[in-house]
Write a protein that binds this ligand. Structure first.
Ligand code: SF4
Ligand code: SF4
Length: 185
């Protein structure tokens, strides 16, 4: 649906797609900024969660999809818990991630997208995050294989990081990934 008035055109297609996929209605957002105020990663984001919601409301599709915001989201759910309108903002962000990947939108996300991909694969394989492996793979794929090597060594020696991964894949997780794969098909 589109609304045109005095040369201003608002395209609701993205908001509608998000609603169809996630059940979340971004138009309930009245820009109170409680989500942005609680977001632990907002200082690294192109747009705060509040601004992202506004961009989706206004049909600023390119901006919403190319912002690094969705890739810098930690899925901590703080925004969703704080929203007085009961909007599950983290779910909106996850839905945007899926849409962006399906559409193959390219954005300068400073490797956040690559990080996200490795993170998910590792989680699928081990059942929990293996920091040493994650950092090593990210360094290799970004052409900087020895980055933070000395720091990593110190942290391993102090017992802050584990050299080897621990495998904690539960049957629930296996089911979850299987279901996600089927949904993708
Ligand atoms: S879920 Fe994402 S957007 Fe929401 S508060 Fe956490 S990091 Fe910020
Ligand atoms: S907390 Fe909810 S209503 Fe407030 S700005 Fe964020 S999304 Fe909008």
């Amino acid at each position: 649906m589109k609304i045109e008035e005095k040369n201003i055109e608002v395209d609701f297609a993205l908001a509608e797609e998000i609603r169809n996929r996630s059940g979340e209605n971004v138009f309930l957002c009245y820009q109170c900024k409680k989500c942005a105020a609680g977001c632990p990663n907002r200082k690294f984001m192109d747009s705060t969660p509040t601004e992202l919601m506004r961009k989706v409301q206004l049909g600023m599709v390119d901006d919403a999809m190319k912002d690094n915001t969705i890739w810098y989201c930690l899925s901590c759910q703080t925004c969703s818990a704080r929203c007085p309108q009961d909007i599950d903002i983290a779910h909106v962000v996850d839905t945007l991630k899926i849409i962006v990947q399906e559409k193959g939108v390219k954005a300068d996300t400073k490797n956040a997208r690559l990080f996200n991909g490795i993170w998910m694969k590792m989680l699928r394989f081990t059942g929990r995050i293996y920091e040493v492996g994650l950092t090593a793979m990210l360094n290799v794929f970004t052409g900087n294989p020895f980055k933070d090597m000395m720091l990593g060594k110190k942290m391993i020696l102090k017992g802050k990081l584990k050299l080897m991964p621990s495998f904690k894949r539960t049957s629930e997780m296996i089911k979850m990934f299987k279901r996600a794969k089927n949904l993708k098909k």
